[in-house]
Design a protein around this ligand. Sequence first.
Ligand code: MLT
Ligand code: MN
Ligand code: ZN
Length: 275
Amino acid sequence: MKVIVLGTAAGGGCPQWNCACRLCAAGLPPRTQDCVAISADGVGWYLLNCSPDIRAQILSTPALRAGPGPRETPLRGVLLTDAELDHSLGLLMLREAGGLPVFAPDAVLSALSPFRAIIDGYGGWTSLADLPGLRVDVLPVSDKKPKYVSSAGDGPWVVAYRISDLATGGALVYAPCLKSWPDGFDAFVEDASLVLLDGTFHAPGEMTGVGGPDQIAMGHLPITASLARIAGRPGRWAFTHLNNTNPVLDPASAEHAAVVSAGALLPADGTEFSV
Ligand code: MLT
Ligand code: MN
Ligand code: ZN
């Protein structure tokens, strides 16, 4: 299975348009919002989440460009981990692809029903039933609802995916929103070839510098907590969904060095893996 990390930033990206914090102003290589593309055969591709940056992400990724027919595309469907806008707004951007297959937990689909009603005017979404050559396992990981959801609806609101390549036996775990190290997560990641983990925040209290809530309230386990879990464990671990407050964004920082020395990766947008 091929895995392309299309975007590696949390909501807003880095730099964020309305933010003049130290890291947004530092001139670091820009990062677009979290989104991943996977393919078992290198021909048909599935998106894990669908960021508001999806148009630019597709156009900068040759494997995802339209063709070979005039209105053909290698995109075969989208799986959502949650209903956050940074993970789902791209579905509106993909409205030109009428009938796009989408899979998401029920609560997520229900939260997105106003979007769906809009997209219905452009050919709608269909249900993504299966991914040829791939097996999908789903683990509910958090009950954190998006800010725009006021209903009490039952979750799960956030899931992680384990995508296994039936031919190679390789497996990707994608968990960009972890409120905690969830029950069952150790078994879920066991023997995975690559684990893409929530790297939103480096440490507790990080958002206080820009007047935000703490990182647990935002539903994101800080890297300092997850790094302790993965240190010394075999496998490839990588952090994604990096918030623009996160000091690991700066390759010269001690925090970046600590992640790397624990054996974890901080891939840039466009990084490709083979699992
Ligand atoms: C999150 O990951 O917590 C959300 O995307 C934050 C937001 O944009 O409201
Ligand atoms: Mn987010
Ligand atoms: Zn910023």
